[in-house]
Design a binder for this molecule. Structure first.
Ligand SMILES: [Zn+2]
Length: 314
């Protein structure tokens, strides 16, 4: 921690629309600073910081776009993870978070091999753990639990690795075409012009409602008024505001979801672009970057689904 320097990015207050258009860029700076490990608390603290309350109704609606100062930490402790690996960690966290199924362990094969019979994940099991024949095999976690026993075979790690390389290398002949398709998908996903415009409108509407409510309260404080009427008016503003807030949240979630997909495709593109010749040695980083899910069939074949949606059997 000795060499740590903290650079403060001063709070700024541009116009609403300018704030919004710079949202993505600023957030990336902040994300890099805060999420230096894959620890969940850090991720949560980041989530907590991207939104902050500006309205007097005490409900968050605006993303943090520079009103709160953000800190970019250089030479910080475990932030030794280079950006590339850090991005991979983020991708994996997003991927695992989106999984509806249970998985165990931290192996690169965990949460990736799916049983064709039951749709559950394969888990690791150590055979001959006490002697020199010790080895790790992968089998359906629910193999002997359900009413019908899954018929998918168990797999040894070396076999998974070899077949992954076969599947991955089979993409190489059509590499250029795949990359240009990926580029198109990436561009479509990251073009959020329509969402941004809708959000901008909603944020303006929220400002108007906030202003109306503020006036309504001021009037009530300065002159005698029918309290029933006041309360009814206040409540109607609050309801309108709440409706707007929900719409904004939904759009934000859509935007984030698209970014996650775009990052995922981008990781795949990067690796494929770097692969000039067939890969002969298994590489964990390559596996994590390009593989979405692998389905294990009864007959023992593996269907590798890559992050761009393509599938290859091996
Ligand atoms: Zn199964």
């Amino acid at each position: 921690m000795a060499n740590k320097t903290v650079k403060k990015i001063e709070a700024t207050k541009p116009t609403l629309s300018a704030q919004y258009s710079t949202f993505t860029r600023k957030r990336k700076v902040a994300a890099y600073a805060r999420v230096s490990t894959a620890k969940e608390e850090q991720e949560n603290s980041f989530d907590a910081q991207v939104s902050y309350t500006v309205d007097f109704l005490e409900k968050k609606i605006k993303p943090n776009e520079g009103e709160v100062p953000q800190y970019y930490i250089e030479h910080s402790h475990e932030a030794i993870i280079p950006p590339e690996d850090w991005q991979l960690v983020q991708l994996e966290m997003a991927r695992r978070k989106s999984l509806k199924r249970k998985y165990s362990g931290n192996s690169v094969f965990g949460a990736r091999l799916i049983c064709e019979d039951c749709g559950g994940f394969f888990g690791a099991k150590v055979w001959n753990s006490t002697n020199k024949y010790k080895r790790t095999i992968w089998q359906c976690n629910d193999k002997f639990k359900g009413e019908s026993i899954c018929t998918t075979p168990h797999l040894v790690e070396d076999d998974i690795k070899a077949r992954f390389l076969t599947a991955y290398n089979s993409l190489l002949p059509s590499r250029d075409g795949i990359l240009s398709d990926c580029r198109m998908m990436y561009d479509t996903l990251t073009d959020t012009t329509a969402i941004d415009a809708e959000m901008e409108e909603l944020l303006q509407e929220a400002e108007v409602i906030t202003e109306l409510t503020r006036k309504c309260i001021e009037e009530n404080a300065s002159a005698a008024q029918n309290q029933e009427e006041f309360t009814a008016k206040y409540n109607s503003y609050e309801r309108r505001y709440e409706a707007v807030r929900k719409k904004v949240e939904k759009l934000q979630a859509q935007k984030e979801e698209r970014q996650v997909q775009a990052d995922s495709i981008s990781a795949f593109m990067f690796e494929l672009h770097e692969t000039d010749e067939p890969v002969m040695v298994f590489d964990e980083k390559l596996w994590l970057s390009v593989i979405d899910i692998v389905t294990v069939r009864h007959d023992g074949t593996l269907v590798f689904r890559f992050r761009n949606g393509m599938e290859a059997e091996a």
